[in-house]
Design a protein around this ligand. Structure first.
Ligand SMILES: NC(=O)c1ccc[n+]([C@@H]2O[C@H](COP(=O)([O-])OP(=O)(O)OC[C@H]3O[C@@H](n4cnc5c(N)ncnc54)[C@H](OP(=O)(O)O)[C@@H]3O)[C@@H](O)[C@H]2O)c1
Length: 350
């Protein structure tokens, strides 16, 4: 086969064209700041309210971002008539209760990653969304970036031939005071960082059919690093995640006709490269590097388009895909003996 001479171009619509919805921010922490800045810079979405456990914190966030309504409880926030969609940005163990709280109040939800602690929790979220007929998605923002649309077209169009394997790592360095070291918030790298590799490999290769995982605890009371080799039918993946430092966070997808590399940092806007199996052709999608503010708006614009079209999920991150990621995560946790009992998770039988 002659290797193509160019990469596909992203089909991602301009976020500015997405119909405006009225957003409420539930949990005004670090990622919520980035999302609101991104919405204000790149979309016509209206952030109309923010809710915190503390009215002072809600007011201070509202003042910084020009948000009209600040309330001192999440219950009050989700009950506001002027809200269409709630962005759940609390720590992972609270995603399930806060997603249910918002949906029970009749609000659509975009839930930070990981959508929940376990596949069982994610299934509860999915059933409630289905019963209520509300839009619900995991804010796995990387998958909404234009570069991921190029990747999808490269893979689905057969440019790499038959997929053989996906290799990826995600590590970062954190100071001791970061919530990633808090066992009561389901700390450790798996759910915070490993969520990305798990989403990549399962969305590209399908559910893991065999998992072999190993890890090492961190003296601060959570798992510190782990790796997993997984088989997905007749393909395989190798993933790793760590809280001890910044490796070159890339994704390598190996196919029979070529190799695709999502350059570091894989979970932000940036370039990707496709090289033919014989290494004679190298093609680059030259997306500028960017931070969360440059990229978080794509997922919100997609949610706004789907909700306006009366759709309850996005094909970019359907709830079934979030559940499949967490099934692999559950099995890794079982093998590495990571317990979220401190976070109040009652483990479901496997
Ligand atoms: N997409 C991304 O790039 C990205 C990046 C970072 C984090 N995240 C995800 O976003 C979520 C939040 O992370 P973050 O870094 O933004 O956390 P954060 O800065 O600690 O903010 C979390 C917010 O949740 C609220 N909260 C409610 N109950 C809490 C509790 N028991 N302990 C601590 N905070 C509580 C707090 O607001 P009030 O107390 O004022 O209500 C706090 O501001 C996580 O699930 C994480 O995986 C995503």
């Amino acid at each position: 086969m002659t290797f193509p001479a160019a990469l596909p171009v992203p089909r991602t619509p301009d976020s500015m064209d997405a119909p405006p919805l009225r957003w409420a921010i539930l949990g005004p922490g670090w990622i919520a700041e980035q999302l609101v800045e991104s919405l204000h810079a790149h979309t016509r979405q209206e952030v109309v309210a923010v809710g915190s456990r503390s009215l002072d914190r809600a007011r201070s966030f509202a003042d910084r971002h020009g948000i009209a309504t600040a309330v001192g409880s999440y219950e009050e926030l989700v009950g506001l008539d002027e809200v269409d969609i709630v962005y759940v940005a609390t720590p992972h163990p609270l995603h399930l209760p806060h997603a249910l709280l918002a949906m029970d109040a009749g609000k659509h939800v975009l839930i930070e990653k990981p959508i929940a602690l376990s596949a069982a929790e994610a299934r509860q979220i999915a059933s409630r969304a289905a019963e209520a007929g509300l839009f619900c998605a995991e804010a796995l923002w990387t998958l909404f970036l234009p570069k991921w649309d190029v990747l999808r077209q490269v893979v689905e169009g057969g440019m790499l031939g038959e997929l053989r394997s996906v290799h990826t790592i995600y590590g970062e360095y954190f100071t001791d005071d970061h919530r990633i070291f808090d066992a009561t918030l389901a700390g450790g790298p798996l759910l915070d960082l490993g969520t990305y590799p798990l989403a990549y490999v399962t969305s590209l290769l399908g559910p893991a059919t065999t998992v072999a995982a190993a890890g090492v605890p961190d003296p601060r009371g959570v798992n510190g690093q782990l790796g997993a080799t997984m088989v997905h039918g007749d393909t395989m993946s190798v993933i790793a995640t760590t809280v001890h430092g910044w490796p070159r966070n890339e994704i390598t997808i190996i196919g029979s006709e070529g190799v695709l590399t999502v350059e570091a940092l894989h979970n932000s806007p940036g370039p990707l490269t496709v090289t033919s199996a014989d290494r004679r052709v190298t093609l680059t999608h030259d997306e500028p590097y960017g931070d969360q503010v440059a990229g978080l708006h794509f997922q919100a614009a997609e949610a706004a388009r789907r909700i306006t079209a009366n759709e309850t999920q996005t094909p970019i991150r359907p709830l079934g895909a979030s559940i499949i990621s967490l099934e692999a995560s559950d099995e890794i946790r079982r093998q590495v003996q990571i317990s979220f009992a401190a976070a109040g998770l009652v483990e479901q039988p496997h």
